[in-house]
Design a protein around this ligand. Structure first.
Ligand code: NAD
Ligand code: UGA
Length: 458
């Protein structure tokens, strides 16, 4: 079959895989190819067992794969064939050299630029899909225009706003798509080509166009604003625990102000995920590198508050359990960084468990989707850790439950049965405020929510 256009995505991860699957679904006249250097990942994309868990993803992939959606490790041919190349490789925090622990590690990104030059033989549009420091396109321009084949590469920024666990819904019915380009004839033409893709299923009002730098920076700012809301509410949760105010009531009442809005005001054990921390650190690094110290310090507090909240949660556990958890079994309910994903990157559960292990507790982890990743994350330090798909078995014989992920599965368990199987006094620390605290207290638990008075029998 002859396709109207060839779209390539470099990087078959949490963003590249779902995003391209939805583009293939909505644009049957385009051929969409996703390449990755990770052979195992590509094999999984070509199997019935996709490499990531995302509600609705299997259905979308199954309906397009082999028709207009292809997963392959053949990067060279993918580049050669493509009219438009989305680059969606990982951009983690740098772990070495200048900017270590703060700046974005752009090595994967830069490598793809050189690969694009090597395997291209005609003009192409290059789309920044990865989250990147503002003005990355400038560097990319310099690298790509150094090609000696006379090829013109037009750079467009099109950051991704999907959240894990709701990726397919976000991609199909997101709030907006953002496309940034140079304000030149070629730049605007390239932006139009990208907006034409999304116009297959999104209305014009939702397709926003800006200059390149605004688009790059908007992505960092959007994540910073979302994380800032969580840190703000979490900071108040600490005050609630001292004053018997209730953070859920406060979030509800504050969120009712339409200028503030109700979303992202759930107090928690802290935010996790691969991006909030890294993107804010990156924003802080950029601000500092321009000499904007107050701006950098302001945003850095969002991260510090999150670290405080994670540490506060686990310190409270130890303190309430009579200042010792040594040799006690503690069941950790949830290891994913949020519900409906198997992703565990930067999960608060990791911080909690590491600290409990330092205190010499024995840990039983249960999670509907994340046990495989939990094993990888705790490799080498998990002599006193067991991985248990069944929450009842995880809790059996334990002194405490720490709920770290807001899975629906944890809401409807038989907590009387769980209580009966636990050592007494039995503690439950609800790091997500999803359980019925009064009911748990009536069963016999000592209950410690976030940002609310604890309910104890002592
Ligand atoms: P990921 O680690 O899941 O996937 C990146 C993939 O790129 C990996 O499979 C890796 O093997 C591949 N890769 C690296 N170098 C390559 C190369 N030279 N050629 C081919 N493949 C290569 O990362 P992700 O979570 O999909 O994130 C990708 C980008 O999107 C990041 O910049 C991230 O900040 C951003 N982002 C992520 C999310 C999210 O929910 N995870 C949401 C919005 C934006
Ligand atoms: C986030 C953003 O929501 C996406 O728009 C963005 O594209 C993505 O980061 C990214 O750039 O990677 P994600 O990390 O997948 O998406 O998930 P969120 O729903 O934002 O949750 C992040 C963390 O905050 C989770 O640990 C979640 O449990 C926590 N959270 C969220 C709270 O503690 N309270 C809330 O009210 C909301």
């Amino acid at each position: 079959m002859k396709f109207e256009k060839n779209i390539l995505c470099i990087g078959a991860g949490y963003v590249g895989g779902p995003t391209m699957s939805v583009i293939a679904l909505k644009c049957p006249e385009y051929k969409v190819t996703v390449v990755d250097i990770n052979k195992d990942r590509i094999n999984q994309w070509n199997s019935d067992n996709l490499p990531i868990y995302e509600p609705g993803l299997d259905e979308v992939v199954n309906s397009c794969r082999g028709k207009n959606l292809f997963f392959t490790t053949d990067v060279a041919n993918g580049i050669k064939e493509a009219d438009i190349i989305f680059v969606s490789v990982n951009t983690p925090t740098k772990t070495f050299g200048e900017g270590a622990g703060m700046a974005s590690d752009l090595q994967y990104w830069e490598k793809t630029a050189h690969e694009i030059i090597e395997h291209s033989d005609r003009d192409k549009i290059i789309v920044e899909k990865s989250t990147l420091p503002v003005r990355t396109a400038e560097a990319l321009d310099k690298i790509l225009s150094s090609n000696e084949k006379g090829i013109n590469f037009e750079i467009v920024s099109n950051p991704e706003f999907l959240a894990e666990g709701t990726a397919i819904k976000d991609l199909i019915d997101g709030d907006r798509v953002l496309i940034g380009s140079h304000n030149t004839e070629a730049g605007l033409k390239a932006a139009k080509a990208i907006s034409n893709i999304y116009a297959h299923w999104m209305t014009d009002e939702k397709i926003l166009t800006t200059n390149l730098w605004s688009s790059e920076l908007t992505k960092l700012v959007a994540n910073a604003f979302l994380a800032q809301r969580i840190s703000s509410v979490n900071s108040i949760s600490a005050l609630c625990e001292k004053t018997d105010a209730d953070i859920s009531e406060i979030s509800y009442a504050v969120g009712k102000d339409s200028r503030i809005g109700s979303k992202f005001l759930n107090a928690s054990v802290g935010f996790g995920g691969s991006c909030f921390r890294k993107d804010i650190l990156n924003l802080v690094y950029i601000a500092r590198s321009y000499g904007l110290i107050e701006v950098a310090d302001y945003w850095e507090m969002v991260i510090k508050m999150n670290e405080y909240q994670e540490t506060r949660f686990v310190n409270k556990m130890v303190k309430e359990m009579f200042n010792t958890v040594a040799d006690k079994k503690i069941a950790v309910f949830g290891f994913a960084f949020k519900a409906n994903t198997g992703d565990t990157r930067e999960s608060p559960a990791i911080v909690i468990i590491k600290k409990l292990l330092e205190e010499r507790a024995n840990i039983a982890i249960t999670d509907p989707k994340a046990l495989k990743n939990a094993r990888l994350d705790l490799e080498g330090i998990d002599q006193n850790v067991s991985y248990e798909p069944d929450p009842y078995k995880a809790a059996d014989g334990s002194s405490a439950i720490a709920l770290a992920t807001e899975w629906d599965e944890f809401k409807d368990l038989d907590y009387k049965r769980i209580y009966d199987s636990m050592k007494k006094p039995a503690f439950i620390f609800d790091g997500r405020n999803i359980l019925n605290h009064k009911e748990l207290f009536d069963i016999g638990f000592n209950v410690y929510p976030i940002g609310k008075a604890s309910l104890t029998h002592f």
